[in-house]
Write a protein that binds this ligand. Sequence first.
Ligand code: SF4
Ligand code: SF4
Ligand code: SF4
Length: 443
Amino acid sequence: MAKIELNRNPFIENALKSRYPQLAVFIVMLVGYIFAILAGLIGTPVGSHNFSIVFVWIAWWAVLILVAVPFFGRGWCAVCPIPLPGEWLQRGAMLAPPNKRPKWLNLRVPKMFRNIWLQNISFLLLALFSSVLLTTPNITSIVLAAMLFAAIGLSTIFERRAFCRYLCPVGGFIGLYSQTAPIELRIRDKQACVKCEGKPCYNGSEVGYGCPWDVFPGGLTKNTYCGLCMECIRTCPHDNIAVNLRPFSADLAKPTTRMDEAFKSFIMLGSAMIYAGVLLGPWGMLKDAAYNVGSNSWFVYAGVFLAIIFGVLPGLFSLGIYQRQNNIAFKQRFASLSTALIPLGMMFWVAFSLSFVLTNASYILTALSDPLGLGWNLFSTANTAWQPMLTSILAPAQTLALVGGLIWSARTAQKAANESWTSSMPVIVYCFLLTSVMLWLLL
Ligand code: SF4
Ligand code: SF4
Ligand code: SF4
C-alpha cells in the first residue's frame, strides 16, 4: 500500500496548522484531568463509583489501548494534558511564541538519562503498585498530580519536554507500540531539509517552537519519539512535513539496536501476562499478595514480578537466539530480534484489556451520572446495574487478537532475523509458547 498524505487535504492541513483546534481539545482534557484528581481526593473511596478510577483506568485505558495506540500511535500524546501547564510556563505563552521568553534554566538533559530506562523504571513502579492504584481513588489522584507536577518541575529546569521524552511511564510504551500504527509524521523531501537554513522545525522561529520532543523532523525514520504535537507543521517554512497513512508496522522493518528499547518489549510483554494472572486468574493467594502492598507476600510477589521480566523472559529469549557462529554481536542480535515482540506485546495488552474493560464498562454509566459517588443522578444512569458487556464475543475476540499478534510477530521476526543473518525460528517458537500461556491465562 502506498502512503497517503493526509495533509494534502486543505481542510486537514489548516486544522493541523492552526493552534486553536488542538488548544480546544487540550483544555477539555486538562479540565477532565484536574477533575479526576479532585474526584479521587474528595469523592467516594469506592473505586468502582469514583470518576478518577472509572474514567482513568477503564474509559481512558480502553480508548488508549484498543483504539489510540493501535491506530494512531502517539495520537494520545497529541492531546495529552500532562505536559501543558509546564510547557506554557516554559514558553511564557499558550499559543505562538511571545516577544520575550521567560528565563528558565533551559538545561539539556544529561546524556546518561537520554534513553528510556527511567521510563522503564517509572512504568515498573506503577505496575508493581497497580493493584492499589487501580482500585484506590486517592492513590490514583496522587499519581496523576505527581505526573503533572513532575512535568511542570522538569519544564522549568530542562529544555523542551523532558518529562515526556525521558520519564513518563505511559509515553514509553506508547512510543514502543506507535511503531506499529498506520500513521506517521515524516518529511516530504530530504533535499529541502539539506538546503533549509536555520532548521526552524528543530530550533524554532517567530512563528513556532522547535520540536518539543527534541527530535529533528528531517531525520525521522520511526514514530517512537515523535509526539505528534504538530509544531513542525507550523514552523516549517517549506511545507515539507507530511502526516501519512501507511501500512501497519512499517517502522518494524528497521529493528532497534538499543537495549533500553529491547527491555521495554520484555517489560510490557511480562506485565501483560502477570496482570492477566493476577487480575483475571483464579488464584486468590496471588491476588492477596499483589493487593497487600508492603506485606511479606507482596515483597515476594514484587521479586517474582521483576525476576520474570528481567530474568525469565529475556533469559529464555537469549537461550533461543544464542548461536556460536554468528558474526553479529549477541547484544545487537538480542536488541534487533526483540523487535519481533512488539506486535505480540501490543496484542497481549489488547486481549487482556478486552476482558478488563468489558467486565467493568458498565461502571462508566454509573460514574458519569454520579462522578463523586455522592448520590447524584445527572444523566439518569447512576443506578445502572453492574454487568459484563459483550460476553459472547469476548473469548473469540481475545483469541483473534492473540493469534493475530503471533502471526504478526512471526512475520516481524523473519525480517529482523534477515537483518541479523540468523534464523527466525527460535523467536517464533518463543512467541508461540508465550501466546499459549496467555491463551491459557485468559480463556
Ligand atoms: S509522553 Fe506521557 S505525558 Fe507526555 S504526552 Fe505522552 S502520555 Fe502525555
Ligand atoms: S524546517 Fe522544514 S525544510 Fe527545514 S529542516 Fe525542518 S522539515 Fe526540513
Ligand atoms: S515537532 Fe514534529 S517531529 Fe517534533 S514531536 Fe512535534 S510533530 Fe513530532
